[in-house]
Design a binder for this molecule. Structure first.
Ligand SMILES: Nc1ncnc2c1ncn2[C@@H]1O[C@H](COP(=O)(O)OP(=O)(O)OP(=O)(O)O)[C@@H](O)[C@H]1O
Ligand code: SF4
Ligand SMILES: [Mg+2]
Length: 378
């Protein structure tokens, strides 16, 4: 494996593009906000939410997942290599990263829906303070669709093609709550209406194949929210829709989750939407989180070269040029022994190959306590 010369300067991110894109807060707004505490006071205060008595809504710790590889393979795949991630109550967190970095697999592990052949190798997933990794299928079924819901890229994966849309939403409501059939049907129609589906009473009687792509995704959102989940995981919920519909559906997801004071984990390739939709973000590469923290800090001053390269690649695609980071996402077979980005990183040197950089607090003057980075050079 070859290494490239280390750069002395922090890579330019063209981050202004991203933060300008509809970010509801201008930079100055943050500083102008009335705050009852002086800056020094904040540093002296112990954050109660760091205490384990106040765990985040979701915490994924050191999650590693492998595939057996079948009888013919002696090289099991190990796509998740120790994922660390948390989602606080009422917050919206984006999970970004190139294709194949392990975003969907992380979501599947949280939902207890890993694909066939996948096995949890180590780690923990705690939801509402309770360990759910390895929980019984019965328990996970109870959680899914009630406290914990997921929306997939393809809405037809969330909706049963042989049941009417309204009928199946009503049925889910009845399974989780002690309500009569008539009330559950009325609530299903109400939900479809809240999701912006015209003529909801009539459309509730249609099947999903009678819905357009955007409408089907709205119906999938209605389904996901039907039992008032505390956390919605939306895995690329707008891919495949045209740009206008993407924007509308995404805004709807964020608005509806926020209205319910629930939390959102939004998985996306598109870091351009992150500034418009989420307060926190985590950047994933090769089955690990490379960097996490408040969106404006991560996009405005990326600490991990991978984040900086990802931002640059996004900025170039927006300007109509080639977009990808040179090199490819590695296929992982066995535990990592060095930084997974070392072969592609413009800052890599021998130090990066001495072990896998842990995700640690960034520290220093660069941002809040919430900022974490996995890089020996940061
Ligand atoms: N069913 C499977 N069988 C074998 N390997 C799999 C399977 N699903 C995922 N993987 C492996 O896990 C890696 C991560 O997959 P995952 O679907 O989580 O990526 P992703 O970050 O969601 O990518 P994308 O942005 O394209 O959706 C893949 O590159 C692949 O090696
Ligand atoms: S630790 Fe990884 S991301 Fe950081 S400089 Fe080295 S190769 Fe790049
Ligand atoms: Mg995916």
């Amino acid at each position: 494996m070859s290494t490239m010369p280390a750069h002395e300067t922090r890579p330019s991110s063209e981050e202004g593009d991203l933060l300008d894109m509809g970010d509801p807060l201008a930079e100055g707004d943050l500083l102008d906000m009335d705050t009852p505490l002086a800056e020094g006071d904040l540093l002296d205060v112990d954050d109660p939410y760091e205490d384990e008595d106040f765990p985040p809504l979701l915490r994924v710790s050191d999650l590693a997942v492998g595939f057996s590889g079948g009888k013919r393979s002696t090289h099991p795949l190990t796509p998740l290599q120790g994922v660390n991630l948390s989602v606080e109550e009422g917050s919206a967190v984006a999970l970004v990263g190139e294709s194949g970095s392990g975003k969907s697999l992380t979501a599947s592990a949280v939902m207890g829906m890993l694909p066939a052949g996948a096995e949890v190798l180590r780690g923990s997933v705690s939801f509402e303070g309770e360990e759910i990794l390895g929980a019984s299928e019965k328990h996970m079924r109870e959680l899914r669709g009630s406290r914990l819901a997921i929306m997939f890229q393809n809405p037809r994966a969330s909706l049963n093609p042989v049941l009417t849309v309204g009928g199946q939403i009503a049925e889910v409501i009845r399974v989780h709550e002690d309500v009569k059939r008539k009330e559950s049907r009325e609530r299903a129609v109400d939900l479809l209406e809240q999701m912006g589906i015209p003529n909801p009473g009539r459309r509730a009687k249609d099947y999903v194949h009678q819905y357009s792509g955007g409408m089907a995704q709205r119906a999938a959102l209605a389904m996901a929210l039907s039992c008032r989940p505390r956390l919605l995981i939306a895995d690329e919920p707008t891919t495949g829709l045209d740009a206008t519909l993407q924007q509308q559906v995404l805004e709807l997801v964020v608005e509806q989750v926020s209205e319910r004071q629930a939390s959102l984990l939004l998985i996306t390739h598109d870091i351009g939407i992150v500034g418009r939709t989420c307060e926190q973000m985590a950047v994933m590469y090769a089955g690990r989180v490379m960097e996490s923290g408040p969106v404006e800090e991560v996009l405005g001053d990326p600490a991990n070269p991978y984040t900086a390269e990802l931002i640059k690649s996004y900025a170039t695609v927006r300007h109509g040029r080639m977009n990808s980071i040179p090199g490819v996402v590695p296929t992982l077979r066995g535990p990592l022994v060095e930084c997974a980005f070392a072969d592609r990183c413009p800052k890599a040197d021998e130090e990066c190959r001495e072990g896998v950089p842990a995700l640690r607090e960034l520290g220093g003057q660069r941002g809040s306590d919430e900022r974490k980075v996995a890089c020996v050079k940061a």
